[in-house]
Write a protein that binds this ligand. Structure first.
Ligand SMILES: NC(=O)CC[C@H](N)C(=O)O
Length: 215
């Protein structure tokens, strides 16, 4: 039986949305659409929130009247959401080192993130680390691109950790490995950018999850 076809939106207000649209278009039976309005948001089965700059993304969402719709969607935790880097910050329940004066977050993912955990743009880096994708029996290797990346500092009990960056791979000294990928119910998050490498396992897992949700 053919897998059900699904429509996946990519929030296209700011940031690396084109790369996600391109990655999703590689999957058969997936139609990938940029989302900029409430009407577009209402038509998708799932949403990708890309990397970029979370303060700008939050402000543009606020100005375009999309923020409350997005919040309602993520807080209801019904539709699958794949959030990368700035997207992870947006989805977090709480962020440290927020922009002065605060910044609009969506919430729904039970984590605390540090927004610029690894430092400035100059501390952007790449690392090969072990990850465990949901459903995989064993850990496997993943090459990851971190661009002024956040890290997850605290997780709620319903959050499953999928990848931690070992201390010797970090550009700044760390006391312990830090969490860089996780999932909770319909949410999948990475602090790095899978859309910028050829490794499609994260998108593939997400597409499967969207298909399973749609039945
Ligand atoms: N590459 C990224 O998405 C960087 C995110 C950035 N640290 C922020 O605050 O939004």
């Amino acid at each position: 039986m053919a897998a059900p076809s699904v429509t996946i939106g990519v929030l296209a207000l700011q940031g690396a949305f084109r790369e996600h649209l391109r990655a999703l278009s590689e999957f058969e039976g997936v139609s990938a659409l940029p989302v900029r309005t409430k009407e577009q948001l209402a038509t998708v089965d799932a949403l990708v929130i890309p990397g970029g700059e979370s303060t700008t993304m939050g402000l543009v969402a606020e100005r375009s009247g999309l923020l409350e719709e997005l919040r309602a969607m993520t807080r209801a935790r019904q539709k699958p959401v794949f959030a990368t880097c700035a997207g992870l910050i947006m989805l977090a329940q709480r962020a440290q080192h927020e922009k002065t004066g605060g910044q609009p977050l969506l919430g729904g993912l039970d984590v605390v993130v540090d927004r610029n955990f690894f430092g400035t743009q100059l501390q952007s880096f790449e690392a090969t680390m072990d990850v465990r994708l949901p459903g995989d029996e064993a850990a496997s290797t993943c090459h990851a691109v971190f661009i002024r990346a956040p890290a997850i500092l605290e997780v709620g009990i319903r959050v499953e950790v999928l990848a931690t960056l070992p201390v010797d791979k970090s550009p700044r000294p760390l006391e312990k490995p830090c969490i860089v990928a996780a999932r909770q119910g319909p949410f999948l998050v990475t602090a790095f950018h899978p859309e910028l490498t050829a490794d499609r396992r994260w998108h593939a897992y997400f597409v499967d999850q969207v298909r399973a949700t749609k039945g």
